[in-house]
Ligand binder design. Structure first.
Ligand code: NAD
Ligand code: GLY
Length: 369
């Protein structure tokens, strides 16, 4: 059983601690599921793209543990990360008379994972759930750390809960079917960990970007492991984002404005974050926190990952004003003041406000004309 686990990273949160297993073929390893709570039933939550690829394997292995295994298939896409789709999970749980011990399995990318986690947090006031992330982005970020939720038309991830999974299974094999564009989007969240926490990892990424884009298993395993280790280190100290955890949102303040401004799903989350990181790095440089060379290094790496580095125009007149309006909705904002995650020397981040004139200058310089 353990042969194909390449790494296990632990999230240490007292009685809410759990393992993240990383390796090839994990999804079908029945022994991995034995430590989960006993229950009569399990519900696999997936979507129209992932379910046909992997739900049967997961169903088969779960049937060894649970008497009843149900599946609910959601529509695919960020545009469906909303109340209506969330309700489909509750409908399925209630239709199958699932009880408060039923275990939910999120089989999909971040959209499925965030919604399944939120459903698990609220069904009968909380049932156990497991993350089986199938995108690179969800393996390195969204499945880890317990942020769950849905979007509101007025802002991204505005409704949700902190709710930790019992286990995360990062199966490297499933990444082979991921579309190229989605792989690149995942690489944005991998790159993020370098400038905010680990300059050696940034260097490793510069040396291994081709291998990652070619999906070399060893390169993927290392990138996922290091990303999860950094995330575990942050979440272990600040589960509910009282302070430190905000650094994981590097690039997200600009990125969320791009996603909301264009309409969810137009740019992928990772694409918006990739471009947002370049903008945040430029802002850091303007404020004297990093030099031009680091901004250039990051921009080149984001570009090599296959991601956009110039922001879209969100308004014909006063584009910067539209970005600012959208960024004020960011959850880090306090009393309308936007807080940015900035790089304070390579491998270190800080969270602070910035003069509006500087933010406007960055947006004007970084957006397509
Ligand atoms: P996604 O869930 O939309 O998945 C991307 C696409 O890939 C989808 O079409 C999906 O069906 C398809 N797909 C998934 N796995 C596949 C596979 N193995 N083979 C083929 N196709 C596959 O997007 P994502 O990038 O995984 O996640 C983005 C979401 O994650 C956003 O909603 C974002 O807000 C959220 N997020 C949450 C956190 C968190 O901490 N909770 C962190 C980062 C991002
Ligand atoms: N993706 C940001 C966080 O988990 O805090």
């Amino acid at each position: 059983m353990t042969q194909s686990i390449q790494h296990t990273v632990h999230i240490d949160l007292a009685d809410r601690s759990y393992p993240i297993h990383i390796g090839a073929g994990l999804l079908a390893q029945s022994a991995l599921y034995q430590s989960l709570p006993k229950a009569q039933s399990a519900l696999i939550v997936s979507n129209t793209t992932v379910a046909p690829l992997y739900a049967a394997s997961l169903q088969q292995v779960l049937q060894e543990k649970y008497a009843q295994v149900f599946t609910v298939v959601l529509p695919d896409g960020e545009a469906y990360k909303n109340w209506q789709t969330l309700n489909l999970i509750f409908d399925a749980l209630l239709a199958q008379a699932c009880d408060r011990k039923t275990v939910l399995f999120a089989l999909g990318g971040g959209v499925v994972g965030d919604m399944t986690g939120f459903a698990a947090a609220s069904y009968m006031r909380g049932v156990p759930f497991v993350q089986v992330p199938t995108t690179l982005l969800s393996q390195v970020d969204s499945s880890v750390g317990g942020k769950t939720g849905i979007n509101h038309p007025a802002g991204k991830n505005m409704v949700g809960a902190f709710y930790q999974p019992r286990m995360v299974l990062c199966d490297l094999d499933v990444l082979q079917t991921l579309p190229e564009r989605e792989l690149s989007a995942g690489l944005a969240e991998v790159i993020k960990y370098g400038p905010i926490a680990d300059s050696a990892f940034l260097l490793w990424l510069e040396q291994n970007m081709e291998a990652l884009r070619a999906r070399a298993p060893d390169a993927l395993a290392h990138a996922i492991r290091r990303s999860c280790e950094i995330k575990a280190w942050v979440v272990g100290q600040d589960e509910r984002e009282a302070g430190l955890r905000a650094i994981l949102n590097f690039g997200h303040t600009f990125g969320h404005a791009i996603e909301a401004g264009l309409g969810y799903g137009e740019w992928l989350h990772g694409e918006a974050v990739g471009c947002g990181m370049v903008m945040a790095a430029r802002l850091s440089q303007l404020l004297g926190l990093v030099d031009e060379a680091l901004v250039q290094r990051l921009q080149t790496l984001v570009q090599r990952a296959g991601l956009p580095v110039r922001g879209p125009l969100l308004a014909e007149r006063d584009n910067a004003g539209r970005y600012l309006e959208l960024m004020r909705l960011d959850k880090k904002s306090e009393a309308g003041e936007i807080k940015f995650v900035l790089i304070d020397g390579c491998g270190k981040a800080c969270v602070r406000a910035a003069p509006e004139a500087c933010v406007r200058q960055v947006i004007d310089a970084c957006c397509a004309v």
